[in-house]
Write a protein of this length. Sequence first.
Length: 574
Amino acid sequence: MNAERLLQHYEQIADASDAIARLRRFILDLAVRGKLVPQNPADEPASELLKRIAAEKARLVDSGEIKTEKPIKQAFKSEEKYCLPTLWLWADLQAVCLSITDGDHLPPPKADKGVPFLVIGDVRDKTINYDCDRYVGRAYYEKLDHIRRPRKGDILYTLVGSFGIPVPVQDNREFCVQRHIGILRPSEIPSVRFLTYTLESNLVFNQAEKFATGIAQKTVPLAGLRAIQIPLPPLAEQHRIVAKVDELMALCDTLEAARTERETKRDRLAAASLARLNTPDPETFPDDARFALDALPALTARPDQIKQLRQTILNLAVRGKLVPQDAAEEPVKELLRRIEADRQMVRRKVETEVAAKSGPFDLPGGWMWTTIGSVCSKTGSGSTPRGGKEVYVDHGIPFLRSQNVHDDGLRLNDVAYIAPEVHLRMAGTAVKASDLLLNITGGSMGRCCRVPDQFGEANISQHVAIIRPVISIMAHYLHCLVLSPYFQAFIFDEQTGAGRGGLPKNRMDQIAVPLPPLAEQHRIVSKVDELMALCDQLETSLTSADGTRKKLLDALLAEALAPVDAEKLREAAE
């Protein structure tokens, strides 16, 4: 392994999302290929090791302690063998284990106390959880075949669902396992720790994956597990490999801890910067905002962290902290009067008067509190076309569902269509240009987009709501408002029903809206667009950097197994 090259570029690859996990897998890959430690010609060959294991098994068969093994079927043999070092050889797991079985296939009798009965969840994190709440009686445990009673030195191996996880048994505590856990009992001759590391390698996992059957939950059959091919080195080299793997895994632990500490500090600094913006001090806000915008690119190392920055921008926008106010602009009270006159819906006048009096936070001068119902001519969800599947056609009027509504716009790659006559019957939920469409149920609840000006006719499903402002140009500001943390909290707090949730029309209409003058709305939207474009650039840059780090890591790791083009490696590093 060319450690110098890896260390030379380590700072560039350290922040790759899966750098440490890749390094761990690579160490194991080197170990099972005989490339981690030097070979010693004086070591006893692996062939002699297998002969001694076979002699031990024959003795146990003669004494009746184990049964005669069934031959491994040729169909289970691995075809992906590579050239091994001298003194090594390929062997199936059955050849190096005294027995390979699983837990009892019959449901065990439950007991309030007794011997712990472990399920697959008790070994999934590579440790054995003895503090489970499942027990079997002593009589049941004693009747189990001794190979189904794990003991110190055995290796548990998950066989179902999250299969391929080996866990060595390191003490003599009594317990038994369900049938979804394999029990490998190695001969005492080879190194159990070497075998455990081998079982963790991609070489073994890939074979287990090929043997696995089923669709919903993949299951590795015992016949497949027994047939898995492993590279077997001399016993002395097994011990050297284990020592080197332990050393390198400890180094990985150190690197991982350092990265976690580095990420934690970054997260804290970024969170502190954003917190000062979300709860601004009027006297220090300009300096806080300038510091945050200058420092966040350096503090932000992952694309997912950009979401916090976007939410902060929207939070500042709806609180009047993103652009300065202008006392000369038309007051919001006049805007609301025009809205009321244009809408000609007297029944909503009371809502406007009540909502203007208070709100959950203080507003800048010139702003007022109102409600969604007071500034919109239409709110509420769509409906399901009557007539079943027959109402849907290959071409016609787009029928927009929640999967079509995204924060950055409509996505029509899988849009459904309804016939024009069905659309006419559903005139009450027809979509117009500048409408806001809001997902109000299910996992995509809260997603919102604005209908483009030239979109044309469309209709919506019951899982999508229309928010139609009386003055269409207000749709841009209302879109920012709906996506803001303030409004999103209302959406999730007001949902009703089980499972999919929901946001009834009467509750949506009552959501309080911080409304700025119309001219300031335009400035807010312009500033939000500008800052979101910067977020897009930063996100693209981080994604590109992460991709570059992964390519460089690939090149450095591949170099240890096969020569790589030095020029390509240099390009990746740049």
